[in-house]
Design a protein around this ligand. Sequence first.
Ligand SMILES: Nc1ncnc2c1ncn2[C@@H]1O[C@H](COP(=O)(O)OP(=O)(O)OP(=O)(O)O)[C@@H](O)[C@H]1O
Length: 298
Amino acid sequence: MSTPDSSSTLSKPSTASDPGGEPAAPPTGPAGGAISAAEAVISTARLTKRFGTTAALDEVDLRVRGGELVVLLGLSGSGKSTLLRCLNGLQPISGGEVSVLGQRVDTASRGELRALRTQVGFVFQQFNLVGRLSCLENVLTGALGRVRGPRYGVLSYSRALRREALAHLDRVGLADRAFQRADTLSGGQQQRVAIARTLMQRPKVLLADEPVASLDPENAGVVMDLMFQICVEEGLTVLCTLHQIDLALGWAKRIVGLREGVKVLDREASGLTRAEVMEIYQRVEPGRPEGAGEGLPT
Ligand SMILES: Nc1ncnc2c1ncn2[C@@H]1O[C@H](COP(=O)(O)OP(=O)(O)OP(=O)(O)O)[C@@H](O)[C@H]1O
């Protein structure tokens, strides 16, 4: 795990929302070159999402290369969840274009979206496990996109799938809980089961929406380290929203910042300082000191 370099003296990140400021720098890949739409696994162009008069996303351009681990930061309400939901078609968009794994999401048919979602894992803040089912059966449901017909009970899955599910549980350190009801586990353990379920899906892309927001700081660190470690080992393309800057700086290849629906930062994490990241959260309102705001990160 890399560590944040607080001694770096990089220039102030450009922000699209600063009056007269430069637009956010174009995304760069591991070699530092700009990422073309063709090589991007996740790509949005002028992505706009409005809820009534609220622009949750305002012309967001984002490109994520295969195997990249990108963390999305921003104050509560800045549009992070909306962006993730637009990427797998859970949220229809108001303007622009969205492509994931070469599939246009905004113009996709239901069948195309269904096919795409088998390749895109989603980890939620609230785990979304079926509490009355065992951990093993919850993990097995991750394979439902690649088996025919409904399944009821662990034994309705093939021996090979059961073995695979157990291996994923083992990987998240919970093989000994395989037959325990999911709702009897702690929050951190439940999120680890949810991660195992997502792995069972054999995704190429992982979208994670504040996966540790409901956990205490110690468990949050353990679960995030585990999740990111596995993603790196699997070569998954990851876009993860977080409120923990240190976790983001420790693991992310790239950090993208949203402020009121506008992309205000898009930089390689290496060399980025905590102070520079904190600029994402700064906003100036009449009568309020700069940087004041609720939902500030830890
Ligand atoms: N279904 C909806 N209907 C109306 N407004 C919505 C809806 N979903 C999101 N919004 C609005 O869009 C904006 C962005 O919300 P979003 O949930 O994407 O923010 P966020 O950055 O993920 O926040 P948090 O960190 O609290 O999860 C907010 O102003 C929110 O109120």
